[in-house]
Design a protein around this ligand. Structure first.
Ligand code: FUB
Length: 311
């Protein structure tokens, strides 16, 4: 019953169902940009990717990657993250970019997928970046007193590096961090590519608290997201390649996870399919990206979209 409901969700659902290629209306105020959106993709004046979303104090905060590769370039170029906020998901404020790979002294480049979460009035931004000295991708965490920053490196070193994970022998398995705080206050970090990893976080949110586990879910590619509803844990993630978004359910955050099906089919014109799930003002939303704004190379020129999610 629940499976049928969640899998019937997304493709054409919602408050933002059509792609409108007109430019956004933009107004500048004090360094922020006000954007009146006209449909999906939300932002048409820049490329946005890998959304992490957070509902906080009556606003949705959207944290995205930023594809800046030249139009004819067939690879990622990503150096900073973007932050948008809105109280109605139609009128958005684009805040000055609060975080750049240069804010992590140990990092080389590649501002890949990320997520911000609030705990005790502080905001923790978990990011994937290429490490400058330990070969491979790594996970860092920045902290701020405000959801719009400024954010600073919370540790001065990576939280996870490629030499800490051994389930697959690739240099990009430590990407796509997501953090979930359970009802008892225990925080968990999930991340991965090709293998899905999880670990407890200490209450300070900046240190692992125990061993790294490998999470057993079928056909895991990347981009995990964890949420809980009515006593069930949901682990949604990107599967196969080009990617779809699927989900598994469990009665425990430690699994076993039972595969349930596809939430979102292959994203138009993009090999990747990275998502977030939030509740806002009594409704559920699925936040994701596609390649709709780019005629060629949409996989490297992505754009964030939001659909209502029917659970
Ligand atoms: O944006 C770079 C990578 O592409 C992300 O880390 C993955 O989730 C995929 O979207």
């Amino acid at each position: 019953m629940l499976k049928a409901a969640i899998t019937s969700v997304l493709l054409y659902s919602t408050i933002f169902s059509s792609v409108a290629l007109a430019q956004n209306q933009l107004t500048n105020t004090k360094g922020d940009t006000i954007i009146h959106t006209t449909g999906n993709p939300l932002f048409k004046h820049l490329y946005t990717a890998d959304p992490g979303a957070m509902a906080y104090n009556g606003r949705v905060y959207l944290y995205t990657g930023h594809d800046v590769a030249p139009e004819n370039f067939n690879d990622y170029q990503m150096h900073d993250w973007q932050c948008f906020s809105s109280s109605d998901m139609v009128n958005w404020t684009q805040h000055k970019s609060p975080l750049n790979v240069k804010d992590f002294k140990w990092a080389k480049d590649d501002a890949w997928a990320s997520q911000v979460i609030e705990r005790n009035g502080k905001f923790y931004w978990y990011v994937a970046i290429e490490h400058a000295t330990i070969p491979g991708k790594a996970i860092g965490v920045a902290v701020s007193d405000s959801p719009t920053g400024p954010f600073t490196d919370a540790r001065g070193s990576a939280l996870v590096t490629n030499d800490m994970t051994k389930a697959v022998k690739i240099r990009w398995d430590d990407i796509d961090p997501t953090v979930f705080i359970d009802d008892d206050g225990q925080a968990y970090l999930f991340w991965g590519n090709s293998a899905c990893y999880s670990a407890k976080l200490k209450p300070n949110m900046t240190e692992l608290d125990g061993p790294i586990q490998t999470v057993k879910v079928p056909r895991f590619t990347e981009a995990p997201w964890v949420h809980k509803r009515k006593g069930w844990y949901y682990l949604s993630y990107s599967t196969e390649f080009p990617e779809k978004t699927c989900y598994a359910m469990s009665k425990s955050i430690n699994g076993p996870w039972v595969y349930k099906g596809i939430i979102n089919e292959i994203a138009g014109n993009s090999n990747t399919n990275h998502h977030a799930i939030i509740d806002f003002k009594g409704k559920h939303y699925f936040v994701y990206h596609n390649g709709a704004l780019s005629a060629r190379f949409g996989s490297y020129h992505r754009s964030v979209c939001i659909d209502e999610l029917f659970l």
